[in-house]
Design a protein around this ligand. Structure first.
Ligand code: C5P
Length: 317
C-alpha cells in the first residue's frame, strides 16, 4: 500500500477540572473526553523525495513545522530512520472540516492520524499504546485522539482510562469563525487568577483525581444517563474564557435558554460551545432557532453526535 486515507474525529470535553500545576509548566487535569462525528480526512502517501509535505484545503492551516501534523511526521522519521530511508518522504493532505483553534482538538487529531497513517505506510506494526505514547510527546490531547471513544484523561491529559462508549447523544456546536482562544493563554490566566487554590501535594492530587473517577459524571457516563451527564458538565476554563470573550458567554446563555437543550458547556479552552440533546431533530430545531436569534454570518453551527472511535482507516491504495 502506498497511501492511506484516515478519518480523524474532533473531541469535546464533557468535564475539565484543573487540580494543580506541574514542574513541567503544564497543569494537572482530570477530564472526560468524548469523540464526535465532526471529522477531518487525512490522506498520507509515500513520495520519492525525503521531504514532508502538507496540503490543506483551509487557508488558515499552516503547512510548515508549526502544524502539529508536520511535527508528527517528523517525529516518526526521527524515531524510525531506517523506515524513513526505505520508504522515502510523506505527503499529507488534510481535508479540514473541524474548526481551527476551537477547543475541539482539530490539530491534535490530525497529528494522531499522521502517526497511525505512517505506522501503516511503513509497516511498523506499532501497538495502540505505543502510538499513544508517541502522541503524548506532541501534545496533551493526541493520545486520546488516537484512541477515541469516551475516556477519563489525567496528568497533562495524556493518561487515559477508557469509559464505556457513549453513542447517539446529539450535539449542537457553535463557534465564531474569526474567534480564536489560545490554550496557553487560557491556562496561564487561570493560574494567575486561581493558582492559589491548586492542590500542591501529590497525595491530595491523586485523591482528587480518584474522587472524579468515582464521581457523579463518571457514574452518569457508565449508566449512559444523558440527562444526568448534561447536568454534570463542567469546565474550569470557562471561569477565564467567558469573562474575556462576551460572544462565548452569549452563546452559552442563548443555548441554556433553548427548549430541548439537556446541558451546555464550552469545550476545552474554547471558544466552541456545545449543547447536548436526546434527538437529532431537537438539535436541528435549536440550530435554526439560534441562527434566527444571532444574525451573524461569522457564526458556524454544526449538528453532530457522539461516536465510539478515534482514528480510523477509511481506505487504502
Ligand atoms: O499540550 P498542548 O500543546 O495541547 O498544550 C497547549 C498549551 O496549553 C500548553 O503549552 C500549556 O500552556 C497549556 N496546557 C497546560 N496544561 C495541560 C495542557 C495544556 O497548561 N495539561
Amino acid at each position: 500500500m502506498h497511501s492511506y486515507s484516515l478519518i480523524a474525529p474532533a473531541k469535546i470535553n464533557l468535564y475539565l477540572e484543573i487540580i494543580g500545576d506541574r514542574p513541567d509548566g503544564y497543569h494537572e487535569l482530570v477530564m472526560i473526553l468524548q469523540s464526535i462525528g465532526l471529522v477531518d480526512q487525512i490522506d498520507v502517501r509515500s513520495i520519492s523525495t525525503d521531504s514532508i509535505r502538507i496540503h490543506c484545503n483551509h487557508p488558515q492551516v499552516p503547512t510548515d513545522k508549526s502544524n502539529l501534523a508536520y511535527r508528527a511526521a517528523e517525529l516518526m522519521a526521527m524515531q524510525f530512520p531506517q523506515a524513513f530511508a526505505q520508504y522515502g518522504g510523506v505527503e499529507i493532505s488534510i481535508n479540514k472540516q473541524i474548526p481551527v483553534a476551537a477547543g475541539l482538538a482539530g490539530g491534535s487529531t490530525n497529528a494522531a492520524a499522521v502517526l497511525v497513517g505512517i505506522d501503516l505506510l511503513w509497516k511498523l506494526g506499532l501497538t495502540q499504546s505505543e502510538l499513544e505514547e508517541l502522541g503524548g510527546t506532541l501534545g496533551s490531547d493526541v493520545p486520546f485522539c488516537v484512541a477515541g471513544g469516551t475516556a477519563i484523561a489525567t496528568g497533562r491529559g495524556e493518561q487515559l482510562s477508557p469509559l464505556p462508549s457513549l453513542d447517539n447523544i446529539y450535539i449542537l456546536l457553535a463557534k465564531y469563525r474569526s474567534l480564536e482562544v489560545s490554550t496557553a493563554w487560557a491556562y496561564k490566566t487561570y493560574q494567575e487568577q486561581f493558582g492559589h487554590s491548586y492542590i500542591r501535594d501529590s497525595e491530595n492530587l491523586a485523591a482528587r483525581a480518584n474522587a472524579v473517577h468515582s464521581g457523579a459524571i463518571v457514574k452518569a457516563v457508565v449508566n449512559k444517563d444523558v440527562g444526568e451527564i448534561a447536568q454534570k458538565l463542567h469546565n474550569d476554563l470557562e471561569r477565564v474564557v467567558l469573562p474575556a470573550y462576551p460572544q462565548v458567554l452569549q452563546l452559552r446563555e442563548v443555548f441554556a435558554n433553548q427548549e430541548g437543550v439537556l446541558g451546555t458547556m464550552m469545550s476545552g479552552s474554547g471558544p466552541t460551545v456545545f449543547a447536548l440533546f436526546e434527538s437529532q431533530q431537537q438539535a436541528e430545531l435549536v440550530l435554526r432557532q439560534v441562527r434566527e436569534s444571532i444574525l451573524d454570518e461569522d457564526l458556524e453551527l454544526f449538528v453532530t453526535r457522539t461516536i465510539t472511535h478515534g482514528i480510523k482507516v477509511a481506505s487504502s491504495v
